[in-house]
Design a protein around this ligand. Structure first.
Ligand SMILES: Nc1nc2c(c(=O)[nH]1)N[C@H]1C(S)=C(S)[C@@H](COP(=O)(O)O)O[C@H]1N2
Ligand SMILES: [Mo]
Length: 380
């Protein structure tokens, strides 16, 4: 199933003769240590210069926890093992001859908006590969298999505290760490998941997972394991650090009887989100442009300062469940001076993007899954 690529400037973005009014609150660049730790600069999206609906590969953000592994496509094999009838190794050519499928998916890092410098950790690309489910089914899932673990070829060494049953530290264990994430068998068999080998019609570039990565539409970036090397079926839940330590959302959740439950959940599916991307001026008309993603979007509203919420126009010319949507709103006769612009999106299930002081965000104690409403400031 091939899709026509709608990558031309769309829906009144980047029109001739328009001027972008710069935000007063520009995001600072990522701190140097972060860029160094990541082994690559993160190449974050610049919202004000965004002018295509598809994010070109050279403008797509990067999030690497270790060095990008050098992989020789000829000798590379993907292992499907563990609780399967027969362990199988696929070469890249063997994957490429399987049925091909495309998905346009706006992938966001779950840390996006969790730090002041981090607002450009999202991009909308066309990913191509072969559906994962038939590959798993062909391997023959053994009775008792409940978990699918995806291992990347990257990793490092880590000293892991060994905590006893009483919460006491027993020892430090130095272990070899492979980047890995898991899903339940049910989630892994979702027909949307791809063993992906192309990004916007090119072979996956090295930093983006060459030769094959998992693409899990509807999940935060971290679930989309790059440089896949092994897929393993297990009969117990997987507790690797990228599931159970480093990407964990700690939140106080209200319950119907008025109690508060503290929860510690592994980052998984993404949530409804939007951002005012830029304000433009053309022939005396101010327009706010933005994007919305994280779940299928049905409504976007904008407010100026503390004014009422006003519905924005959503570009419905692109109907893709997992893609982002662009929206805009003409801003009639803004008064001179500083103004604050906030957007909020609503998804197909009726979930509304929370305000920063709603409990979902205010009672969240870790920076992941920061889908609160974003406010930007501009001077007219
Ligand atoms: N093997 C591997 N896969 C990975 C990562 C990683 O460090 N190693 N980073 C994850 C995170 S946190 C994100 S946000 C996305 C980023 O994908 P991108 O670099 O293609 O934008 O990849 C995910 N997959
Ligand atoms: Mo991420």
């Amino acid at each position: 199933m091939a899709l026509a690529i709608p990558d031309s400037p769309l829906f009144a973005w980047a029109q001739e003769g328009e001027r972008t009014i710069p935000w007063l609150d520009q995001f600072p660049p990522p701190p140097k240590e972060i860029a160094e730790e990541m082994g690559t600069d993160m190449n974050l999206l610049d919202w004000q210069s965004l002018d295509t609906w598809i994010t070109p590969n050279r403008k797509f953000f990067r999030a690497n926890h270790y060095k990008t592994p050098a992989i020789d496509a000829k000798s590379w094999r993907l292992e499907i093992g563990g609780l399967v009838d027969k362990t199988r190794f696929y070469s890249l050519d063997e994957i490429k001859v399987l049925p091909r499928k495309d998905v346009i998916f706006a992938m966001e890092c779950s840390g996006n908006s969790g730090f002041p410098w981090f607002e450009g950790g999202v991009g909308n690309a066309r990913w191509s590969g072969t559906p994962l489910a038939p590959v798993l089914e062909k391997a023959g899932l053994k009775k008792g298999a409940i978990e699918v673990v995806f291992y990347g070829a990257d990793g490092g060494e880590e000293t892991v505290p060994y905590i006893g049953g009483g919460g006491e530290k027993v020892d430090d264990i130095k272990m070899k760490l492979e980047f890995a994430r898991s899903m339940s068998v049910t989630d892994a068999l979702d027909p949307a998941n791809l063993l992906c080998y192309e990004m916007n019609g090119e072979a996956l570039p090295p930093d983006y997972g060459f030769p094959v990565r998992l693409i899990a539409p509807g999940w935060y970036g971290v679930a989309n394991v790059k440089w896949l090397k092994r897929i393993e079926l297990r009969d117990t839940r997987f507790m690797g650090p990228f599931m159970a330590q480093r990407y964990v959302t700690i939140r106080e959740e209200p319950s119907p009887n008025g109690e508060t439950h503290w929860t510690r959940m592994s980052v998984s599916r993404s949530h409804v989100k939007s951002i005012p991307a830029k304000v433009t001026l053309k022939n005396g008309q101010y327009t706010v442009h933005g994007a919305a993603w994280g779940a299928p979007i049905t409504r976007v509203e904008v407010r100026f300062d503390r004014g009422p919420w006003t519905a924005a126009s959503i570009d419905e010319s692109q109907q893709y469940e997992f893609a982002w949507k662009f929206w805009h709103l003409d801003w009639k006769n803004p008064s001179p001076g500083e103004h604050r612009i906030t957007s909020r999106a609503t998804d197909r299930d009726g979930n509304v993007q929370p305000a920063m002081d709603d409990w979902q965000i205010a009672k969240k104690h870790t920076y992941w899954e920061s889908n609160g409403q974003i406010t930007r400031t501009v001077r007219i």
